[in-house]
Design a protein around this ligand. Structure first.
Ligand code: SER
Length: 624
């Protein structure tokens, strides 16, 4: 029995109820794929609330896309699905995960430090009956003009005169901004001790006092020339990892011993001290939730993350079955990737929060099965090569695998870099990862030069690879279709969701062809809505304009761009804007050419919608 007699579901509920009782509106989790195109994934609960801190959205009147109505309160609470690729190399230790659930309360001008700290203190010590080991506060930093957070220190002391307080630096206790700009501020963190005697951060309370018009890297570098601005209304953003909180509440040694992981860990042998099982369990959850939010395995963006997770789990499971067969390893269980993901779906799908997982069960299992098939086509060959490389590295006493060999395993055999790292660790060899990076860059440059050569000799007036026109007449039509294609992408994201990303496009004088990630056929109703959105933008005769700027700056404009594409140092960002209201319909990295006013396009019509490859749809459209 648990010390506090609450399982993880009850803890989730208790958190929501406690804050609801204290004047917070319960808001459901947003998708793992954020609306903000400058960030790839949702890594914190605060992301869906970003506009409320800057005053861009009013919690009393703005209709929140995920909630369907205004919050009707300046205070909200959520349990947010999060995914952090930044922690992927740590997975397998006692406290890190890629996918996790974040409990958080937020206030946009409703309350500030005093109330936020009091509520957190009350929840941890009274509702959960846990002991706080220590808390941290920001020690201040002159170069950004933020003093030590004495206020938080005083508040803690008033609540508990014996509480231990540690002062920490900007890297640890100053949050944000996320993406290319946003709210940010000092934090105070709560640490508790687990059954291993480790102090673990379980709750981070952020006081959003500032707005920074650049990225976190720029803020930390201090060389961007940009300054922190005071937010008109300071706000609160807190986040507590559910898995860690449950670990503390149940007095466990690590997060994998909690009831959240029990169905998975029981199905796997504890090979290599459970490390292999921990990675497989973490990734199985990540795979299910990402595919559940519409991501399909691919070589780009979110799709590439899922592909790598799947292609790391499969070899781990193979390793486990081999150990069972060869070494007579006594297994608590023995699972395939299908068994594991089904367990995740069954467990989370039966909770109140994620019933959609049960509805999507067949689809999720099918997508993973197909990806497994693709991987199996190359796996044996790749695995033989990897084994040979490891043996050679040992024979020749270098104990090092060269960058070019890693590169070939990743590109030709579709191996996940993370699995190559795991295998190296298990067999005691090193990887030349900087050599691997160099190979990667060299390859990108060669393929770009090849592209230019290929399109040089066509005898076409315009041939960018994406746009093709033989003469002036065709160039005009292609230019109109090109702007229509930008509107089409914006329309698809609007109607189908931000998981839509461009996979490719090809525009001739006859038609535009646009490929994008999406897992199913569009309904006639959706196709009509997409057409309507494009034609409405044309009818409003919006202005099309571009700005040329350094790549780094362009990333911060919220423009859509290919995550993995290599861009030159200066890029053009094209926007389609309503000159009267300033509303932006579309913004993309692009070389042009485009029309200057959308009315020049004419009328846009979708002629065909079909599958292009796994998880990728293809639309053809023309203008009349
Ligand atoms: N945004 C902060 C974090 O992720 C608090 O929610 O830690």
């Amino acid at each position: 029995m648990y010390i506090i007699g609450m399982n993880s579901s009850e803890i989730r509920k208790k958190f929501l109820q406690f804050f609801a009782k204290n004047g917070h509106t319960i808001v459901p989790s947003s998708s793992l794929i954020p609306d903000d195109p400058s960030v790839l994934l949702t890594t914190a609960g605060v992301q869906q609330f970003k506009p409320y801190y800057t005053g861009e959205a009013n919690p009393m009147t703005a209709i929140h896309p995920n909630f369907g109505k205004p919050f009707g309160s300046k205070n909200v609470v959520s349990v947010q699905k999060c995914f952090r690729t930044s922690d992927i190399d740590e997975v397998g230790d006692d406290t890190h995960l890629t996918f996790f659930e974040m409990l958080g309360n937020f206030s946009f001008g409703g309350y500030f430090k005093e109330e936020a700290i009091r509520l957190a203190y009350e929840f941890i010590t009274k509702e959960m009956n846990l002991k706080i080991s220590y808390v941290t506060i920001f020690e201040g930093l002159d170069s950004i003009g933020v003093p030590e957070d004495k206020e938080s220190q005083e508040i803690w002391k008033k609540l508990d005169p014996s509480i231990k307080i540690r002062k920490e630096e900007i890297e640890d206790v100053f949050w944000g901004p996320t993406g290319n700009s946003g709210p940010c501020g000092p934090t105070t963190e709560i640490y508790c001790t687990n059954a291993n005697g480790q102090d673990v951060e379980i709750w981070n309370l952020v006081f959003n006092e500032f707005f920074f018009p650049g990225s976190r890297e720029e803020l930390l570098s201090g060389t961007s020339g940009k300054r922190l601005e005071k937010l008109k209304t300071p706000g609160v953003d807190t986040g507590a990892g559910l898995e860690r909180l449950v670990m503390i509440a149940h007095n466990k040694k690590n997060i994998f011993e909690t009831d959240l992981f029990a169905p998975l860990m029981h199905a796997l042998p504890t090979l290599h001290g459970g490390w292999s099982a921990r990675i497989a369990s973490d990734h199985a959850r990540g795979i299910v939730f990402l595919i559940g939010d519409g991501v399909m395995p691919s070589n780009k963006n979110h799709g590439y993350i899922v592909r790598r997770l799947i292609r790391r789990v499969i070899p781990h499971l193979k390793l486990q079955s081999l150990a069972i067969i060869q070494e007579g390893f006594a297994p608590p269980g023995h699972s395939t990737i299908k068994d594991l993901v089904e367990k995740v779906i069954e467990y989370y799908g039966r909770l109140d929060m994620y019933p959609y997982l049960l509805d999507k069960k067949q689809e999720i299992v099918r997508v993973i099965g197909e990806e497994q098939e693709r991987f199996f086509n190359v796996y044996n060959k790749g695995n033989n090569i990897l084994t040979k490389l490891i043996n050679e590295a040992k024979d020749n006493q270098t104990f090092l695998i060269a960058g070019i060999d890693i590169f070939r395993l990743v590109t030709t055999y579709g191996f996940a870099l993370e699995w190559i790292k795991d295998k190296a660790k298990l067999t005691g060899v090193d990887l030349d990862l900087s050599g691997f990076e160099r190979e990667f860059k060299k390859h990108q440059e060669i393929s770009r030069a090849g592209q230019e050569k290929k399109f040089g000799g066509h005898g076409l007036l315009l041939d960018t690879g994406e746009l093709k026109a033989a003469d002036e007449e065709e160039l005009k039509i292609v230019t109109r279709l090109h702007t229509a294609t930008h509107l089409l992408q914006a329309a698809l994201r609007k109607v189908l969701g931000p998981e839509v990303t461009q996979e490719g496009s090809d525009i001739t004088a006859e038609r535009t062809r646009f490929d994008f990630t999406f897992s199913r056929k569009l309904t006639p109703e959706e196709i009509r809505k997409v057409e309507d959105f494009v034609n409405e933008a044309i009818r409003r005769d919006l202005r099309v304009e571009f700005q040329e700027m350094p790549y780094e700056e362009a990333i911060r404009t919220d423009a859509l761009y290919f995550f993995k594409e290599k861009y030159p140092a200066r890029v053009k960002v094209y926007s389609v804007r309503d000159p009267k209201t300033g509303e932006v319909f579309s913004r993309e990295f692009c070389g042009g050419p485009h029309v200057t006013h959308t009315a020049e396009i004419g009328r846009f019509h979708i002629t065909k919608e079909e599958s292009s490859s796994a998880g990728v749809r293809r639309i053809r459209g023309k203008i009349v």
